[in-house]
Design a protein around this ligand. Sequence first.
Ligand SMILES: Nc1ncnc2c1ncn2[C@@H]1O[C@H](COP(=O)(O)OP(=O)(O)OP(=O)(O)O)[C@@H](O)[C@H]1O
Ligand SMILES: [Mg+2]
Length: 295
Amino acid sequence: MIDVGLKNIKKAYGAFEILTDVSFDIKTGDKIGLIGRNGSGKTTLLKIILDQIEADAGEAVIGSSVKTAYLDQNIQFDDMENNVLNTYKEFCKVYEGEARNALANFLFTRDEVFKKVKELSGGEKTRLKLALLMQTDTNLLILDEPTNHLDIDSKEMLEEALNSFKGTILFVSHDRYFINQISNRIVELSEDGANSYEGDYDYYKECVAKKQSSTFATAQIKEKKVKPVVKKRASNKFKLEQTEKEIEEIEEKINSLNKNIEDSPDEYEMVAENYQKIKNLEARLEELYEIMVEI
Ligand SMILES: Nc1ncnc2c1ncn2[C@@H]1O[C@H](COP(=O)(O)OP(=O)(O)OP(=O)(O)O)[C@@H](O)[C@H]1O
Ligand SMILES: [Mg+2]
């Protein structure tokens, strides 16, 4: 069954074409990691699927039985003064006991459930939002960079929650380790559209390497490889935490440099300097992501 059919989607902002002829189907049960460089249009594509943005051309058809839930890159709640427990109870229409049990699965225990939503950290907001989204009758979860603010325990919790989710998942992430844990399919956005790979991130890398060397025909690549990484993670927790910390710091730096550029796009010298810094930081990120996969 097809949950979402995308056909020749195009989207431009001004003269700048973001999405060019994006076509692929999302099948029921797919766990798709949507990847692509910064600004390649990943968030835009998610919003087209969610009907929050209109495409310039092409078709996005959503199956009639599909119920989507969306984790935005910027997480908001209707009432920021409400506490965690009441937010959950009101949204899911359940009693306190059930709410506390469910919240505990998302690592809110004891007094933490009485924290006001506005006082939650980025990671806590993500956890609460996921708790709400996953209790509804959603069968298509759409997540935009869900691990961005998460510490290592929250990331493990999220991995478990997503791996036990029976529906379809479409998620954007730059965290290759996380992508490997969740996805059974990778869709890469590039200048000429969307390329689909039927495997996890390792499989995608293999395909790209083979394509680049052009020694092997892509058709020869068949078997999906999934490494037993979960066990390794525990034994290398320290190294992982260090690497994740550095990744987080770099991502924060990149975000703040990007913000400077957005705030003052006319200050050409500053923009050029910041772009260079971002490029260097992204090169380091690449290395760190490789390390994450290796650990
Ligand atoms: N409303 C808008 N008006 C003009 N340009 C926009 C608008 N929304 C997004 N863009 C630009 O379109 C491009 C694609 O944006 P989008 O947010 O979809 O990329 P992305 O792949 O999600 O990036 P990231 O990895 O940084 O989240 C970016 O260059 C962005 O600046
Ligand atoms: Mg985005």
